[in-house]
Ligand binder design. Structure first.
Ligand code: NAI
Ligand code: MG
Length: 369
């Protein structure tokens, strides 16, 4: 039986509550003999700051480096508004991304049939929607230098951000997208702005080149990022995988997410390079939402985003696609049966808290497995 080492980092706020529901599901998979998950836990974010004065300790980083996958809850909150910038809660997540080299951010936008009416788009546009945005996460305009605000001689200020992408940075994200497409709908849209950006010209060139070893089974279409934004609300089901840079990916993934309803439903994965020797890759899985201080500690948070993030870990770090499918079916089943946390509540449905939603998913999983 395959054995996997997981590091659980619940963090702050609702992350602590939603991670409990993931642990129950891990426990179920362990008992049912489908795999052996060895779990360790540690502190991150405000919780780590309170205990150690840093957003993540070197010891926790060491565990993350050794783990097959990190499952992350959420960090931050008003309690830590005034802590020094370098040790603010978010710094823990940024260090994990940087030190683990997590360059590929996978953001699915899946619309569960039971929630199609909660979308801001019409039911027929989103019912059955299943797209994956692959965002470059460690390069581009958020990180490149120079990055500054300078005061000019005339007293005016000038702000500079810089976008740089190299061939190898584009190649590895393109490969990640094409590999993924092969396991899904075999279609990739590459979004950039080669009409006005030099990084867009190189992006298009390199993605085209990488595609040669995936053709003809995987289709590639180039799309201007602004058109992509329009198409995502006009006819989102035309997409399977969208690969794009850090900045466009930030915006497009949030846009696509809204087709699916609540923040409480949205998982994500961040993947590093495949190690040639072991065939393994560093990976971190986390809900898209934050620590939700407004509802933290009340047992109200929707645990689905964190549970579905663990589902992505099953699929992408453990080669357990069948179990990931079962978990997705369990979530869909519970939603179809009318269970709703407050964030996705609709009239006539059964409102439940975090533990009840987690328990219902676990029960459904037991029935399906
Ligand atoms: P947020 O995602 O924490 O909350 C936004 C709204 O959505 C709130 O009304 C919240 O109650 C609701 N919500 C979010 N997740 C939910 C869930 N699972 N179930 C039910 N309702 C849910 O974003 P916000 O309020 O902007 O940030 C709060 C804190 O979280 C801040 O300190 C922020 O820096 C941090 N944050 C952390 C992230 C992370 O850990 N990756 C990501 C985003 C924000
Ligand atoms: Mg964003």
């Amino acid at each position: 039986m395959a054995t996997f080492n997981l590091l659980l980092l619940p963090g702050d706020g609702i992350g602590v509550e939603t991670m409990v529901e993931v642990e129950r599901i891990i426990d179920f998979f362990n008992r049912s003999g489908r795999a052996t998950f060895n779990t360790q836990s540690d502190l991150v974010g405000g919780a780590a700051y309170d205990a150690h004065g840093v957003a993540i300790t070197d010891a926790a980083m060491d565990k993350a480096q050794k783990a097959d996958a990190v499952i992350f809850g959420s960090v931050g909150g008003p309690k830590w508004a005034d802590v020094p910038y370098a040790v603010r809660p978010e710094a823990g997540l940024l260090r994990l991304r940087k030190d683990l080299g997590l360059f590929a951010n996978l953001r699915p936008a899946i619309c569960y049939p039971a929630l199609a009416d909660a979308s801001s788009l019409k039911r027929e546009l989103v019912e059955g929607l299943d797209i994956m945005i692959v965002r470059e996460l460690t390069g581009g305009v958020y990180f490149c230098e120079p990055k500054e605000i300078v005061t000019l001689e005339n007293g005016e200020k000038r702000a500079i951000d810089t976008q740089i992408y190299t061939t190898s940075e584009i190649e590895r994200i393109a490969k990640a997208a094409f590999d993924l497409a092969r396991k899904r709908g075999n279609k990739v849209h590459s979004a950039e702005k080669h009409n006005v950006m030099r990084t867009g010209v190189l992006w298009k060139e390199v993605v085209t080149e990488v595609h040669r070893s995936y053709a003809p089974d995987v289709q590639l279409e180039h799309i201007l990022a602004d058109n992509c934004a329009m198409q995502l609300v006009r006819n989102p089901k035309q997409f399977d995988v969208i690969v794009t840079d850090n900045l466009f990916g930030d915006v497009l993934s949030d846009e696509a997410a809204m087709a699916t309803g609540s923040l409480g439903m949205l998982p994500s994965a961040s993947l590093g390079a495949v190690d040639a020797a072991t065939g393994k890759r560093k990976a971190l899985y986390e809900p898209v939402h934050g620590s939700a201080p407004d509802i933290a500690g009340k047992g109200l948070a929707n645990p689905i985003a964190t549970i579905a993030s663990f589902g992505m870990a099953l699929r992408y770090s453990c080669d357990m696609g069948a179990e990931a499918d079962l978990l997705d079916q369990a979530i869909a089943g519970v939603l179809a049966a009318g269970y709703r946390t407050g964030d996705i509540m609709q009239s006539g449905m059964k409102q439940v808290g975090t533990a009840e939603m987690g328990g219902a998913i676990l029960d459904e999983l037991k029935k399906l497995a």
